[in-house]
Design a binder for this molecule. Sequence first.
Ligand code: SAM
Ligand code: DTB
Ligand code: SF4
Length: 333
Amino acid sequence: MSTDIRNNWTPSEIKAVYDTPLLELIYHASGLHHQYNDTAEVQVCTLLSIKTGGCSEDCVYCPQAARYNTGVDVQALMQKEEVLTYAQKAKEAGSTRFCMGAAWREVRDNRDFDRVLDMVKGVNEMGMEVCCTLGMLTEYQAQRLAEAGLYAYNHNLDTSKEHYGDIITTRTYDDRLQTLENVRKAGVTVCCGGIIGLGETHEDRIQMLHTLATMPEHPESVPINALVPVAGTPLENNTKVDIWDMVRMIATARILMPKTMVRLSAGRNDMSVAEQALCFMAGANSIFAGDKLLTTANPGFEADNAMFQLLGLSPRKAFKEEAKQYLREMTEV
Ligand code: SAM
Ligand code: DTB
Ligand code: SF4
């Protein structure tokens, strides 16, 4: 099989990769990971919920949807200074990417958005890669974020187009794809992935990976989340995601999109270090750090530092792609 970066994968080719016997799949993914990336480094991103809860949407997995009783405290948009203090702490703890999340259906052109633009500017000036996940965006809003210094925008497909209607009814798959296109046009890097454990079939997972791997450009980062079942949401009783499903998903993503940052995202709090090590072997090279994701628990910085030491991993530097590009241009002159 060719190891070139491909955007023309067919669903049956992806199924063949996904169905490879597990250890063979891990060997294959590891080999490509080694070929295309520095396997000793992992990108460390910190998430902060800048506007929490009270969301109008009906995403069945989400503790922040207003219609479910999950005990999440609704919090208005934070002040810029407070956010910058969190970003500074994250930087000191070794994070190179700071991602701000808001429980919004979409961005509106109002004073709250102006405040988010100021936050983006401030975090960018601190020398961190800034990411936002704010819901749907127009092309103009994406441009304004780009001008403020936004590095990446997170907007997940969550599941396959076929399964989407069982997960969210208040917006469509095409709305999601449109926002991703707007982000691309603005020159902001794309962070887009999904969740497993929503009750989807293997076919749904393959279809979602197909949508990601056949985009004109692969997303620069693909988060693979394991559902964190939260009491009060319709999925509260879903069974825990099997670690082997997580490994299979990560390895397949790595093979389809060899250069993409594949992020071992939600669900790490329930994984042992050995299980996480398998995910890194299978090609994961990014994590969310800090003891909270948006509203749910995550391993703290200390536990992750100990894991990095044990496994011989180190945090990836910020803006590494740009530094590599700069060096290439300098040597071409
Ligand atoms: N409201 C914005 C949106 O939906 O795009 C941004 C925030 S939203 C919480 C970001 C992503 O978090 C979702 O697309 C979903 O993939 C993930 N997520 C939310 N709740 C989760 C859960 N309980 N388990 C795993 N992932 C979850
Ligand atoms: C992503 O793919 N996972 C993160 C981030 N992008 C925004 C969010 C996970 C949220 C898990 C549930 C919570 O903490 O509320
Ligand atoms: Fe709202 Fe985003 Fe949660 Fe959906 S995933 S309910 S849009 S915060």
